[in-house]
Design a protein around this ligand. Structure first.
Ligand code: C5P
Length: 288
């Protein structure tokens, strides 16, 4: 049996640069993993079946379109030989469809764990390729650490920046469909890319530079459609956040605070919503 911890991520800036011919968009973002984890346990079976059980704070379906099952079957198919199946148990803590990459993190953990249980038949590059078939964020979770990402989000440059803040995540329970969010940005002409890594390095000294330059291109249209998300962002600032932004295509917002105590204190101001206090996580998927 193998236990894996799959971290959530936040986007420290996210720009939709241009629409591509393949239907995707080129992005400019910084992914940062945080210490909020889904837990996955894998046990080999004596037959070739894959089963999935889900527990935790979320109502996810264990149907065939679950990304964990898809990841297990796709890797098995890629390897091509007859391999034992697996019983998968997923404990959800990361809100689903909330811009925190939970489904992609679970899929990445599945790829890492299944490959290990099967005796490492494929190298990391193959996991990366299989991961990208499952979702644009999956390669990031295979690498972990803070990474600047371009392309669909799979062209990654790791950066060992010190991010001195505690993170408060607040999810207002609104499900934003990612394909809709991309369409709503309506990127007809290309936009220039901001140097988010530089802003983060400056921001460690002076958080005003984050507030001046760090953006998420999804915020405008998502907040127009769901004004509650805009109000929530203001409430994070009112609660003392140095900086607040939506993660991914929403609806989770994150606030950066000077200390964990500040973040915990602020979290009590959002009793009606799901919230969590986390720190930045240095790695990616953790194999226990
Ligand atoms: O890759 P993933 O399955 O996460 O993408 C979900 C949807 O989000 C895609 O079908 C596409 O509509 C949109 N997307 C995009 N450009 C990206 C990533 C996602 O347009 N870089």
């Amino acid at each position: 049996m193998l236990t894996l911890q799959a971290p959530a991520k936040i986007n420290l800036g996210l720009e939709v640069l241009r629409r591509r011919a393949d239907g995707y968009h080129d992005l400019n973002t910084v992914f940062a993993p945080v210490t909020l984890f889904d837990t996955i346990t894998l046990s080999l079976r004596s037959d070739t079946q894959f089963t999935l059980q889900i527990s935790g704070n979320d109502t996810l379906s264990a149907s065939d379109d679950n990304l964990c099952l898809k990841a297990a079957r796709l890797l098995c198919h890629t390897i091509g030989t007859s391999l034992p199946g697996m019983d998968i148990h997923l404990t959800k803590r990361i809100p689903t469809g909330g811009g925190l990459g939970g489904g992609s993190a679970d899929a990445a953990a599945l790829l890492v764990g299944a490959n290990q249980l099967w005796g490492n038949p494929v190298p990391p590059e193959t996991l990366h390729q299989v991961g990208l078939l499952l979702g644009s964020d999956v390669p990031f979770f295979l690498e972990g650490g803070i990474a600047h990402a371009v392309g669909r989000g799979e062209i990654l440059t790791p950066h060992s920046i010190t991010l001195p803040w505690a993170v408060l995540l607040v999810n207002p329970g609104i499900h934003v469909a990612t394909p809709w969010a991309f369409r709503a940005v309506n990127r007809v002409t290309e936009r220039p890319a901001t140097d988010f890594v530089k802003l983060l390095m400056l921001g460690a000294e002076d958080s005003a530079s984050l507030r001046r330059g760090m953006v998420n291109d999804f915020e405008e249209s998502v907040m127009l459609e769901y004004p509650a998300i805009m109000q929530l962002k203001q409430r994070l600032y009112d609660a003392g956040a140095m900086f607040a932004l939506m993660s991914g295509s929403g609806s989770t917002l994150f606030g950066l605070f000077l200390t964990e105590e500040d973040a915990k204190g602020a979290s009590t101001l959002f009793p009606e919503y799901w919230s969590a206090v986390a720190r930045f996580h240095e790695g990616g998927v953790v194999v226990e």
